[in-house]
Design a binder for this molecule. Structure first.
Ligand code: FES
Length: 272
């Protein structure tokens, strides 16, 4: 297929734009690189992911738990019990490695992030109406773009994660059977809220709610129209919620990790 449009005719990184279009891709490059570096490091630690009643969202749900590790959750927290013997020895016994692929795939295939990291990491294009690296062999929608279609399916898993992290947030208000409140409780409760604002604003979710109708305003259901309007509002702020939820999930892990390591104290009503 021959590409013959304005971007292809402009030289790489050139165009008619006079604004500072490059700032956003640079910020995306730095922000996503920092998140990926930290999340990878944290996932490979396998320790200090639990403290008081706070569970790091990077490690939830806990499918297996390796007991006796510093900052590990109690074994009753595990869905399937003690860490399995079949786990390859060259990998750390980290519960995060079993589950992070799912939210990772959801983010990786998100329509917003795709546009953002194509610009920031691949310069394809670097910005709207800015010249791309010339592609001699453009072959249309091939392997990566077909793979990205997984997004509509990963969305269902992301919806499940909101429930799981919501349960974790409620559990963060109970310590040894006593209902209370800590700074960590508030941090962990904000996490599924921001995640919900991001996920319910997903383009695929919006399609699920009303996008399949030819004439949505013809629908008689006022409730559905109300839901569609709210989802559309979240969708129009999708970039904002994408970043807020991404930063907050990393911050939640950092907070739980620092409390678990004893480097900071959590203010709470339990006095622990
Ligand atoms: S489009 Fe971004 S989460 Fe679906």
């Amino acid at each position: 297929m021959r590409m013959d449009h304005t971007m292809q005719r402009s030289k790489f990184l050139t165009g008619h734009r006079t604004d500072n279009w490059w700032i956003e891709p640079v910020l995306v490059l730095l922000g996503l690189s920092a998140f990926l570096a930290y999340a990878t490091w944290a996932a490979f630690q396998g320790n200090h992911y639990y403290s008081i009643s706070y569970l790091s969202p990077f490690y939830s749900p806990l499918i297996y738990i390796k007991s006796g590790v510093a900052g590990a959750a109690p074994l009753w927290h595990s869905l399937l019990g003690e860490w399995p013997s079949w786990w390859p020895g060259f990998l750390p016994a980290s519960p995060a490695l079993l589950i992070l692929i799912f939210p990772g795939l959801f983010r990786f295939t998100c329509y917003y992030y795709r546009g953002a990291y194509y610009k920031a990491f691949a310069g394809s294009p670097p910005g709207c109406a800015i010249g791309v690296i010339p592609q001699k062999n453009y072959q249309g929608e091939t392997w990566l773009l077909i793979f990205q279609n997984l997004h509509r399916y990963t969305m269902y898993i992301a919806l499940l994660y909101i429930v799981i992290l919501g349960v974790d947030a409620i559990a963060a208000f109970v310590h040894e059977g006593i209902i209370g409140l800590g700074v960590g409780s508030l941090i962990l409760v904000l996490n599924p809220i921001l995640l919900g604002l991001y996920t319910f604003g997903c383009h695929s979710f919006r399609h699920l709610v009303g996008g399949g109708k030819d004439c949505f305003s013809c629908s008689r259901s006022g409730a559905m129209q109300g839901i569609y309007k709210k989802v559309s509002w979240m969708n129009s702020n999708h970039k904002l919620f994408a970043w807020l939820s991404l930063c907050w999930v990393a911050f939640s892990d950092i907070y739980v990790r620092l409390v678990s390591m004893g480097l900071i104290s959590d203010w709470n009503t339990w006095g622990v």
